[in-house]
Ligand binder design. Structure first.
Ligand code: TGC
Ligand code: FAD
Length: 388
């Protein structure tokens, strides 16, 4: 038998069907041609190029697992593979696509009125309208049920007050999906940019996820018409159900960031000569490469398995937590190991590794920290909630 492909050690590609391979290859090409030549500069400047939204829309990546309204309507595995390939480019890029499709479009698709769907989804799928998702607040992160943002009725209108924090795409969004406390429970509101009383402030000084805009949303007596509320859901399960979708994309994405770091380390250590031979020839380095390759492939296998469960309608939130928890943890380990193997070159933006390593610190925190997913699983395993 032939030797295994060092870039797909366990032949995970063999598990994919033709449509899945086509999506994977299209997105990989897009990242290679459109993203990799420039992403170091975007990261350095701390900017996400807004024009990329339409390019992502043109290849069908925005809301791609949703059906109708100009969305591609693919299965879960193609969506996941797109996230994997995007995050092999940069976590900020995958974040953009996750937020647009899973956090801004998904709630409109799942809980919006017919008119809300018609108004927003086609333009969001095309990348003409950028969305964001406001759940977290300055004093309410892992515990979103403690949110202080309120929406009260005033005649037929709604009036929103509060502050959302750490909101991806906030400063560049045309539409914010904002979750607020009402008399009936938490509800979702569609807040167009430019609504009086609604403003954003970008977070400065980030050393992670720099090729992504992260912002504060400020709502001061923001008056919205009656039809700005998402009619289909009341309660925390509304925003939490969106998180299941985004976390699913992240567990694939993390496998992509890990792969990019492993491949950079493999290429580098094969080419770098010290003590008269490629450093990849030393046993200590081979041990690291081996552990990285196994982690990268295990992450991809886990992701594809969870994708198959999702397509079969069997995936439950605790399983998504297992994937998010472990794949992000493994990706961080791989990135840190790769950083070391590149020696001094590992600390520059000329190579992708430290960028991925820094990005993964955000990925580990957002969409539920390691501790939160551990407790979700702890509850699933024991039946005993240990959050509070
Ligand atoms: P709990 O009492 O357990 O549940 C409240 C209601 O929600 C339901 N529920 C879920 N529904 C759907 N999916 C889930 N995963 C759900 N988890 C819970 C639950 O059944 C209940 O429904 P009902 O009908 O009985 O009312 O809620 P809790 O307050 O104890 O919180 C549970 C906990 C801690 C797991 C949850 O709050 C949590 O996940 N916290 C982490 C917060 C988080 O992940 N925030 C992410 C913000 S968005 C973001 O980070 C975007 S980054 C994007 C990017 O750039 O890529
Ligand atoms: P905290 O909840 O204050 O946690 C601090 C520490 O305490 C963590 O280690 C945590 O694990 C631990 N902890 C908390 N509770 C427990 C417990 N019960 N048991 C054990 N340990 C616990 N949010 C959005 O709504 N929309 C977005 O688009 C968005 N984008 C983001 C982009 C970036 C770059 C970042 C960094 C964050 C983003 N977030 C977004 C916010 C993100 O979801 C929160 O940061 C995350 O949920 C954690 O909340 P926190 O930062 O307030 O930490």
């Amino acid at each position: 038998p032939a030797a295994p492909d060092p870039r797909d050690l366990l032949d995970v590609g063999w598990l994919l069907d033709d449509e899945e391979r086509a999506v994977r290859d299209t997105v990989r090409r897009f990242v290679r041609e459109r993203v990799l030549p420039e992403v170091g500069t975007w990261f350095d400047r701390g900017a996400f190029p807004r024009e990329l939204a339409k390019d992502l829309g043109a290849i069908g990546l925005l809301g791609m697992h949703l059906s109708g309204y100009g969305c591609a309507g693919t299965g879960a595995v193609p969506y996941g593979l797109a996230c994997l390939e995007l995050e092999a480019g940069d976590s900020g890029l995958r974040s953009f696509v996750s937020v647009q499709g899973s956090l801004a479009m998904f709630p409109i698709h799942a809980y919006g009125s017919a008119e809300q769907k018609e108004t927003w989804l086609p333009r969001m799928a095309a990348g003409e309208v950028i969305g964001c998702f406001g759940l977290t607040e300055p004093d309410s992160g892992s515990d979103p049920g403690s949110m202080r943002t309120t929406a009260r009725r005033d005649g037929p209108d709604w009036v929103l007050n509060g502050t959302k924090m750490w909101i991806t795409n906030g400063g560049i969004a045309d539409l914010a999906v904002v979750w607020a406390r009402t008399e009936e429970g938490v509800r979702g509101f569609l807040v167009p940019a430019g609504t009086p009383g609604f403003g954003t402030r970008d977070v400065a000084g980030k050393l992670s996820l720099r090729a992504s805009v992260t912002s504060e949303l400020v709502l001061q007596d923001v008056r919205l018409p009656a039809d700005a509320v998402l009619p289909g859901v009341v309660g925390l399960k509304g925003p939490l159900s969106c998180l299941n979708e985004a976390r699913f994309g992240i567990l694939f994405g993390a496998a992509g960031a890990a792969r990019a770091c492993y491949e950079a380390a493999l290429d580098y250590t094969l080419a770098r000569v010290q003590f008269g031979r490629p450093v990849a020839g030393f046993q200590l380095v081979q041990r690291k490469l081996t552990e990285m390759a196994v982690s990268v492939n295990r992450a991809a296998l886990l992701a594809v398995h969870l994708g198959r469960l999702k397509d079969a309608g069997r995936l439950v939130p605790a399983q998504v937590s297992a994937g998010k928890l472990d794949n992000v943890r493994q990706a961080l380990r791989v990135a840190r190991e790769a950083r070391g193997l590149l020696g001094a070159n590992g600390i520059t933006l000329e190579y992708p590794v430290i960028r991925h390593m820094a990005n993964l610190e955000s990925v580990a925190t957002y969409e539920g920290t390691e501790e939160i997913h551990t407790l979700v699983l702890g509850q699933a395993i024991t039946g005993i909630p240990a959050f509070r």
